[in-house]
Write a protein that binds this ligand. Structure first.
Ligand code: UD1
Ligand code: CA
Length: 456
């Protein structure tokens, strides 16, 4: 269906969210709601997307950043008026438009595709996707005639007691043929309880023109879930979270406790990786196969290879290669690259640094702005002194160096290949290859001192 376009309504303020942020930019599963809607439209096979913006249009336009055509609805006069704002963008063209709302993050692309196909096959000029619910309050009700055709849609506020009892509701999703649909929308009036141009009235207008309308029922209730409040946002979040976890488990990832695991939609995880409780994986995080992640790991935009064991760790914008053991209590800060087989023990922070193959940072260490080679052993409590209060400098530690416990390496400084640094040193000059750097006061022993001291 190459002529299928999507019109996404995203101009409303979302008053009940009580937010400075436009409603459609609130996140579900780590992505703004409108992003989910755009993805579902793509999955349904649309060739173009038009997003109608209004409240907070600058922010929404900036977020969309060219991925869809954006049109402005300067005043929010109703859903029918909103769709009309897409007319100039489709001037002189004809085809099918899939109309969606920007506040329905749980849409399923395959289900939308099916809906579009049924619409096409039905020969209707306007089709509405409907659903049945025991709690229809707030939704437009689908009024069918004796022949079971949709006669009209009645909004909650305009419904009679009899109509309110109807359990088939309007999902707010439509397929319409244009330009006919725009002609019909031009004839809408605001003669209703809310004084708005209702998109739903397009069905009656269509029938008045002698054209066919169709009401197509979906069993997928997530199609209906529009987010109007923070409470509904949390409900959508938990449904989305379960979907993401199910998808990962189906693809071969073990998740020990789904109830305490939070993984955003953008994250990728390889087969036979096990996720332990209290883990939160975000953004562009990618994890390879055969890893053990957690308990208590939070990773933001972190790329991790295969066979890694990571626990009690917070990592941001960094990369870990393969067979690395890490934790507990590690902070990996941006721009860090950890090569294969590194061991990072407890209470270690690494920032803007490279750590070479097989290097050990076992305990209580700060590595900042450093290039550490392979096979290096950093003793307990070593610190790279990278900042003099004004500027930052780099530390270089070459392959197979051994830095004794509680040493300070004052950058810029280099510890040469295979060299040693004596424990407790403050190193301010380069240590030559295979040499020893000692930078500490010499020890003096005074015989018998303690005895005299006690007698005083
Ligand atoms: C609408 C339908 C209702 C349906 C429900 C499904 C109408 C009149 N009613 O009601 O039958 O059951 O959706 O969720 O269509 N918007 C604009 N510009 C406007 C007004 C709204 O862009 O001037 C956008 C909103 O941002 C939102 C969408 O249209 O994304 C729906 O608007 P909303 O006010 O939430 O409609 P409902 O009252 O939920
Ligand atoms: Ca709504």
């Amino acid at each position: 269906m190459s002529d299928l376009v999507a019109i996404i309504l995203a101009a409303g303020k979302g008053t009940r969210m009580k937010s400075k942020l436009p409603k459609v930019l609130h996140k579900v599963g780590g992505k703004p709601m409108v992003e989910h809607v755009m993805e579902a439209a793509d999955a349904a096979g649309v060739s173009r997307k038009i997003v109608v913006v209004g409240f907070g249009s600058d922010k929404v336009t900036e977020f969309i950043s060219g991925r869809a055509k954006v049109v402005l609805q300067a005043e929010q006069l109703g859903t029918g008026h909103a769709v009309l704002q897409a007319e100039p963008a489709l001037e002189g063209q004809s085809g099918t438009a899939l109309i969606l709302c920007g506040d329905t993050p749980l849409l399923d692309g395959a289900e939308l595709k099916k809906f579009c196909e049924i619409h096409k096959a039905s020969g209707a000029a306007v089709s509405v996707l409907t659903a049945k619910t025991a709690e229809p309050f707030g939704y437009g009700r689908i009024v069918r005639d004796g022949a079971n055709n949709v006669a009209k849609i009645v909004e909650e506020k305009d419904a009679t007691a009899g109509e309110k009892a109807i359990t088939e509701i309007n999902t707010g999703i439509y397929c319409v043929e244009y330009p006919l649909a725009f002609q019909l929308l031009h004839s809408l009036s605001t003669n209703n309880a809310q004084g708005e141009y209702y998109l739903t009235d397009i069905l009656t207008k269509c029938q008045e023109k002698g054209k066919k309308v169709a009401g197509i029922l979906t069993q997928d209730f997530s199609m209906v879930m529009g987010i109007n409040s923070r409470k509904q946002l949390a409900v959508a979040e938990s449904i989305m979270r379960q979907r993401i976890l199910d998808r990962l488990m189906d693809s071969g990832v073990s998740i020990m406790d789904p109830a305490s695991t939070f993984i955003e939609d953008t994250v990728e995880i390889g087969r036979d990786t096990v996720i332990y409780p209290f883990t939160w994986l975000q953004g562009q995080t990618k994890i390879g196969e055969d890893c053990e992640i957690g308990p208590n790991v939070r990773l933001q935009d972190v790329e991790i290879g295969n066979g890694n064991h990571i626990q009690f760790t917070y990592g941001q914008q960094c990369k870990v290669e393969n067979n690395v053991t890490m934790g507990p209590y590690i902070h990996l800060r941006p721009n860090t690259l950890i090569h294969d087989k590194v061991k990072i023990g407890n209470f270690v922070e690494v920032k803007n640094s490279t750590v070479g193959v097989g290097t050990k940072l076992p305990h209580l260490t700060y590595i900042g702005d450093s290039d550490i080679g392979g096979g290096v052993n950093m003793g307990c409590g070593c610190i790279t002194v990278n900042y003099n209060g004004k500027k930052k400098y780099r530390t270089t530690i070459e392959d197979n160096a051994f830095v004794g416990c509680n040493s300070n390496l004052v950058a810029p400084v280099k510890v040469g290949k295979g060299s040693y640094v004596a424990a407790g040193s403050t190193i301010t000059k380069d240590v030559p290859e295979n040499g020893l750097g000692v930078g500490r006061g010499r020890q003096v022993n005074i015989a018998g001192w303690a005895e005299k001291y006690r007698q005083k």
